[in-house]
Design a binder for this molecule. Structure first.
Ligand code: PLP
Length: 352
């Protein structure tokens, strides 16, 4: 099997697995006062400190959640009170499902800064949601420019960094930032919302006062410990970019790469094969042992046209794109193996 779906869920990293396994052996609830509880608490706080250090915030500004969806929801719900939510047209459903005004993107997938400036000038204070990197195309938004516009117009900036965290530098200009453990190579079930000092939240899930009263519920220690230990190695992006470039250089004529002209994540390539539905491509590649996605990972196995590609101005072709997202441990012969499978897929399509 060739697993090329890291943006749906990254391959667990050995350090994260070791930390999660060790945490499974720890007895006790991190909220308990006794020695066992204190040991569990130390583990949770070590993970929190590791996360905080990576993003240059104080540990007290890290709210542990169940993943990226909850971290986004927490920020949008509370920081959005009394503000208009302006969200990029290519945001993930975890952001788009909150009532918002869409900020258009340019044909290359980057946020349209002129449109954002006009929207900010138009009305009352806003909360702007801009993803650092798009999950389908890997396209990076110009966060420094977006943050400058937000500051100029008194808007708050929430950054969905679920795909970008650890993979690219994220300028520390946000008010809140969402990350997810399983996209970093940690276990499923933990994520975090990072806050600029001075911003506060009430819980979406009220309960036992965990997370300084900002998120109720006993924390999933193994997933949190794994998140604390999950982080890309230096040089990883360079290696993946070379594999991605080799794939793109070897594509047959007629196949296009969405967002090719914009800065992108090193591991992501969104391939458009006009006239062939993403579903057909996926099924054949799956039979050939290659795991890829169609646009966003489809929650119930159903496929729709990609809203990301539609926002970039594509019509029918928005239903004809597959996403390759290389995991951290992609084998050295990934490009050869993928291109061979892709050629076989084209042969099968021609026969039908
Ligand atoms: N934001 C982006 C950009 C994503 O790609 C995803 C998942 O694919 C999410 C948010 C949701 O994260 P989680 O799966 O941790 O809930």
């Amino acid at each position: 099997m060739l697993y090329l779906d890291a943006n749906a869920s990254e391959v667990p990293r050995p350090a994260a697995l070791a930390a999660a396994r060790a945490a499974l052996e720890v007895i006790g609830n991190p909220s308990s006062i006794h020695a066992a509880g204190r040991a569990a608490r130390r583990l949770r706080e070590a993970a929190r400190e590791a996360i905080a250090a990576r993003f240059g915030v104080a540990p007290s500004e890290v709210v542990l959640t169940s993943g990226g969806t909850e971290a986004n929801a927490l920020a949008l719900h509370w920081l959005g009170r009394g503000r208009r939510l302006l969200a990029g047209a290519t945001e993930h459903a975890a952001v788009r499902s909150h009532p918002h005004l869409p900020i258009p993107v340019l044909p290359d997938g980057q946020l349209d800064l002129e449109a954002l400036a006009a929207m900010l000038r138009e009305g009352p204070p806003a909360l702007v949601a801009a993803m650092a990197a798009n999950n389908e195309t890997g396209v990076l938004h110009p966060l420094a420019e977006i943050a400058a516009l937000c500051r100029q117009h008194g808007a708050l900036l929430h950054v969905d960094a679920v795909q970008a965290a650890g993979r690219v530098e994220i300028p520390p200009l946000w008010d809140s930032l969402a990350i997810s453990g399983h996209k970093l190579g940690g276990p499923l079930g933990a994520g975090a919302l990072l806050l600029r000092p001075g911003l506060d939240l009430a819980p979406l899930i009220a309960g036992g006062g965990q997370e300084r009263g900002r998120r109720g519920g006993t924390e999933p220690l193994p997933a949190i410990a794994g998140l604390g230990a999950a982080w890309p190695e230096p040089g990883e992006a360079r290696r993946l970019a070379a594999l991605r470039d080799a794939i793109e250089a070897g594509l047959p004529e007629g196949v296009r790469v969405a967002g090719a002209g914009a800065p992108r994540l090193a591991n992501t390539s969104c391939l458009i094969l006009p006239g062939v539905s993403a579903e057909r491509q996926l099924l054949i590649l799956d039979q050939l042992g290659v795991c890829v996605s169609a646009g966003a990972a489809c929650s119930s196995g159903k496929l729709a046209r990609s809203h990301v590609l539609e926002a970039m101005g594509l019509g029918e072709e928005a239903g004809c794109a597959i996403r390759i997202s290389l995991p951290w441990n992609a084998p050295a012969d990934t490009a050869e193996r993928f291109l061979a499978a892709y050629a076989l897929m084209l042969q099968r399509l021609r026969r039908r």
